[in-house]
Design a protein around this ligand. Structure first.
Ligand SMILES: N[C@@H](CCC(=O)N[C@@H](CS)C(=O)NCC(=O)O)C(=O)O
Length: 204
């Protein structure tokens, strides 16, 4: 029997994996771990991810952590559509997933700190300005790709879109202006209108 266990509350980066699992349609169990003690966390999560962070996945005894890596693993092993058949396209899916984590997520996290988390007296307008400048260039790169393609890798929705958009959902909270990036904005909305995304969003 297939036994996939996802560790992490839907109100965390585990939402990325929930979206992927819903796209694939495979049976899974979600262990929230929201209200567990540190000792319980160590005992339960520690066996899957010794970093004690979520998401983490137990795929029939194979333990894997890091949200993007988990999603690439799931797409590769369980989906005929999310994982491209062409080897170069597979590499491109990995490229965009790493790019999302390294070029897009950090400035969004900085903006989340500056705009949402920090108290007024700790806010740093320079850091906020820098984060916006930092993120605009890579979004421009995406904008030009989406001028040629419906989705990042071409005509169909793949794991590259899912991983990218799952990071762009941070903009639901930090709300940078997308006026120069209308194709990117439309693509984000198109991906978020998918039934699997909506199922995940309802779990949050
Ligand atoms: N790069 C990791 C980040 C994981 C991460 O920081 N997860 C947060 C929740 S969104 C967490 O587990 N925080 C708990 C902690 O830091 O103790 C990934 O994408 O999976």
């Amino acid at each position: 029997m297939n036994l996939i266990k996802l560790y992490g509350t839907p109100r965390s980066r585990a939402s990325r994996v929930l979206w992927c699992l819903e796209e694939i349609g495979v049976a899974y169990e979600n262990l929230d771990l929201k209200d567990v003690s540190d000792t319980e966390k160590e005992n339960i999560l520690g066996k899957v991810n010794p970093n004690l962070k979520v998401p983490a996945l137990d795929d029939n005894g194979f333990m894997i952590f890091e949200s993007m890596a988990i999603n690439l693993h799931l797409a590769k092993n369980y989906s005929q559509t999310l994982w491209p058949t062409d080897s170069n396209q597979q590499s491109a899916a990995i490229q965009w997933s790493i790019w999302a984590m390294t070029e897009i997520e950090p400035p969004f996290v900085e903006l989340f700190l500056q705009r949402i988390i920090l108290p007024e007296e700790k806010k740093d307008p320079q850091a906020e300005k820098k984060a916006i400048e930092t993120i605009n260039r890579p979004i421009g790169v995406l904008e030009s790709i989406l001028g040629k393609n419906d989705y990042v890798l071409g005509k169909t929705f793949t794991i590259a879109d899912l991983n990218l958009v799952s990071i762009f959902t941070l903009n639901d909270i930090v709300k940078i202006t997308m006026q120069d990036f209308t194709r990117t904005e439309d693509w984000i909305e198109k991906c978020k209108s998918r039934p699997a995304y909506k199922k995940m969003a309802a779990l949050r």
